[in-house]
Ligand binder design. Structure first.
Ligand SMILES: *[C@@H]1O[C@H](CO)[C@@H](O)[C@H](O)[C@H]1NC(C)=O
Ligand SMILES: *[C@@H]1O[C@H](CO)[C@@H](O)[C@H](O)[C@H]1NC(C)=O
Ligand SMILES: *[C@@H]1O[C@H](CO)[C@@H](O)[C@H](O)[C@H]1NC(C)=O
Ligand SMILES: *[C@@H]1O[C@H](CO)[C@@H](O)[C@H](O)[C@H]1NC(C)=O
Length: 327
């Protein structure tokens, strides 16, 4: 494969009079359906080349995870932040967290737990360039728990309802997943996605509390899992299903391809993204969480990423939360 692409690049240089880099850029654009005017093309090409250098260097260094080009490779830092959307100033205070005072009874835990391929796990969704990760992080655990405990098959729920209707910050400029659950408790229902589909732009709230057929699930309550306690997270996962978490996503995260993510640059970065923990396991002696993202099934491992477990990697063990649907 490598040999082939090298051959292709050299061939392209010889035949078309373009450089190896030009050929890479052209095939990247073709693969990801990117069409630019001449001026924009130069800017994008420069971003792509810088990232290309980082990727190749990283992948040659024998890390536990690999990077690859994807739809993000030619986006600027400012553009990348639109695919996040966690407002860290909405994080609960230590005092608020204490008020939950959850006691998790210890139990024997298996070495792995997989919900990513459970029949109750909905397909990976795509938030697009709207900072609505918090809504996707709130909806997936609810969809899963509702399926497990009630419907026994997946009923997709509406992120757009949250984008349009949640009053505390929210919309495409960023929010927090438990504010979404608070809203759903107050609104007395989460609309089905089929009734309230995703547009990725904020609109007026179209939720109708009286329209029973529109409602796909109700939230009974939610809770926070004790911070910095991977064991408590495992117990909560087993008991309540997938957990919403806050994470600090940095550049290499966007380019993740496979392996266990052990990046150290994210440990000191600010929380900026909401994702969902759906399981755990061990790969080559490195413990990991299985984490579901909202960047479509084409990103990472079919939309998922494995992140190092038990070390608060990228700060993701600070604010894990579970949701309980109303019966
Ligand atoms: C984040 O939340 C804070 C507190 O509610 C708010 O003042 C701020 O405007 C929000 N930031 C954005 C970008 O919406
Ligand atoms: C982590 O949580 C478990 C289960 O609730 C608890 O038994 C244990 O003491 C906690 N560990 C720490 C360090 O607080
Ligand atoms: C789910 O995925 C895990 C890990 O990839 C695999 O070992 C397991 O057999 C899968 N289970 C099902 C039901 O497909
Ligand atoms: C299902 O409901 C029971 C009883 O309310 C609760 O204890 C359990 O955690 C729920 N399971 C999930 C996956 O939410």
């Amino acid at each position: 494969m490598k040999l082939f692409s090298l051959y292709f690049s050299v061939y392209a240089t010889a035949v078309c009079g373009q450089s190896v880099y030009e050929a890479d850029w052209k095939s990247y654009k073709m693969k990801h359906n990117k069409i630019y005017s001449k001026g924009e093309d130069d800017v994008r090409n420069a971003i792509f080349l810088a990232r290309d250098k980082q990727l190749k260097l990283h992948n040659s260094q024998g890390h536990s995870y690999q990077l690859e080009h994807n739809k993000f490779s030619d986006l600027s830092h400012e553009e990348l932040t639109r695919y996040l959307g966690l407002n860290a100033s909405l994080a609960p205070s230590a005092r608020f967290l204490q008020s939950f005072n959850v006691q998790f009874e210890n139990r024997a835990l298996p070495t792995s737990l997989y919900y990513h391929n459970d029949t109750c796990m909905p397909p990976v969704k795509d938030q697009g360039g709207c900072g609505s990760c918090w809504a996707f992080a709130a909806v997936a655990p609810l969809e899963f728990a509702q399926c497990k405990n009630k419907t026994k098959s997946v009923v997709l729920l509406s992120e757009q309802q949250l984008v349009d209707c949640v009053q505390i910050a929210g919309s495409c400029t960023g929010g927090w997943y438990t504010d979404a659950w608070d809203y759903l408790i107050a609104a007395k229902g989460s609309a089905k996605q089929s009734f309230y589909p995703y547009t990725g732009v904020q609109g007026t709230c179209k939720y109708c509390p009286g329209c029973a057929c529109m409602i796909g699930a109700k939230v009974f309550t939610y809770g926070y899992v004790p911070s910095n306690n991977a064991t408590a997270m495992q117990i909560a996962l087993q008991k309540y299903g997938p957990l919403a978490v806050a994470i600090a996503a940095v550049n290499p995260f966007f380019s993740y391809s496979s392996g266990v993510y052990t990046d150290t640059t994210c440990d000191k970065a600010d929380l900026n993204h909401g994702v969902v923990v759906v399981g755990w396991g061990i790969l080559s002696r490195v413990k990991y969480w299985i984490v579901r993202n909202s960047w479509g099934p084409g990103w990472g491992l079919k939309g998922y990423i494995l992140i190092q477990r038990g070390v608060n990697k990228c700060k993701m063990e600070l604010y894990p939360a579970y949701v309980v649907p109303a019966s």
